[in-house]
Ligand binder design. Structure first.
Ligand code: ZN
Ligand code: ZN
Length: 301
């Protein structure tokens, strides 16, 4: 079993600038199947960039209808169904992925829904399949139907908070997780509406006590604060080994001792084509305007 990060960025501005990649992540070899989670902008291209085959997926999970989570969903569904010529796989996610809910969604067309199983997840809803069981987990975020998950195979559980702010019941949804993956947009104690900061993640890790915790979905301020330092802080505070995701990170899961899982940097097959920094400098002024940066803001919201 492995978890592969096709991006570790999140929020509008890290996404628009591609300061970090935003392809979400894959859970591979889970009960013999591969799943793409939250395919944001670039998921398809990043798959090739890190040597992962996008046609070899059995399911796509989309937590909510924000572009940094659903942008590449349709093209990955096409990859999963051989260009919509085969019935294959399962699409799982929030109600807003499949139908319009207030001003949200649908994130995918009726056409793209038609060749795969569809599963609308809601908090505490459990669906059982031969190779896995999935439970929806609550989120408190912009999209009112947004949902995280806990998937289980053979007693091994991976939990994903998706985008949410911290609330008292949040750890309960993720209890018994062997591996807990959190969207931690901001560093330190600086949470903003709808998102977790590192201190919130410490709270949830302390209560869930997974064997391994992984932080991802970093916004501008988190990237500036150095996610690795923040992850070390979580590890020290909680006693739980905590990793900060990076673009192209593969975690080879040790199922017996998840805390001993191996972290590997996948080869960037596009390394000679274009550098991330070049993309960044194309889009944003290289000398940030200090005044604006200091403004009380929701820059990385
Ligand atoms: Zn997001
Ligand atoms: Zn969101």
């Amino acid at each position: 079993m492995k978890i592969i990060f096709l991006g570790s960025g999140g929020g509008r501005f890290a996404t628009i600038s591609q300061k970090r990649m935003t392809g979400g992540f894959r859970i591979d070899d889970f009960g013999g199947k591969n799943y793409q989670v939250d395919p944001g902008p670039g998921a398809l291209v990043r798959s090739y960039q890190f040597g992962v085959n996008p046609t070899k997926i059995d399911g796509v999970f989309i937590s909510h209808s924000h572009t940094d989570h659903y942008n590449d969903a349709e093209i990955l569904i096409e990859a999963m169904t051989r260009g919509m010529t085969k019935n294959n796989g399962i699409i799982m996610g929030s109600q807003s992925v499949f139908e319009k809910v207030q001003r949200w969604g649908p994130a995918i067309s009726s056409y793209h829904k038609s060749n795969s199983k569809n599963l609308i997840l809601t908090p505490n809803k459990i669906a059982r399949f031969p190779s896995f069981t999935i439970k929806g987990t609550e989120t408190r975020h912009g999209d009112p139907t947004g949902v995280g998950f806990q998937i289980e195979n053979n007693g091994f559980k991976i939990s994903y908070t998706a985008d949410t702010e911290y609330f008292d019941e949040l750890p309960k949804y993720h209890k018994n997780a062997d591996i807990l993956i959190g969207s931690v947009l901001r560093p330190g104690p600086r949470s903003i509406r709808g998102h977790m900061c590192t201190d919130n993640f410490i709270d949830i890790v302390e209560q869930v006590k997974p064997s391994l915790a992984i932080m991802t979905h970093f916004g501008f301020k988190m990237i500036a604060a150095n996610p690795v330092e923040e992850a070390i802080r979580v590890s020290k505070k909680t006693g739980v080994r905590t990793l900060a995701a990076f673009d192209g990170m593969k975690v080879d899961i040790n199922e017996k001792y998840p805390e001993r899982s191996k972290m590997i940097r996948l080869k960037d097959r596009f390394a000679n084509r274009i550098k991330q920094e070049d993309v960044y400098s194309l889009n944003f002024e290289s000398k940030p305007n200090k005044k604006r940066n200091n403004k009380k803001n929701n820059y990385d919201n």
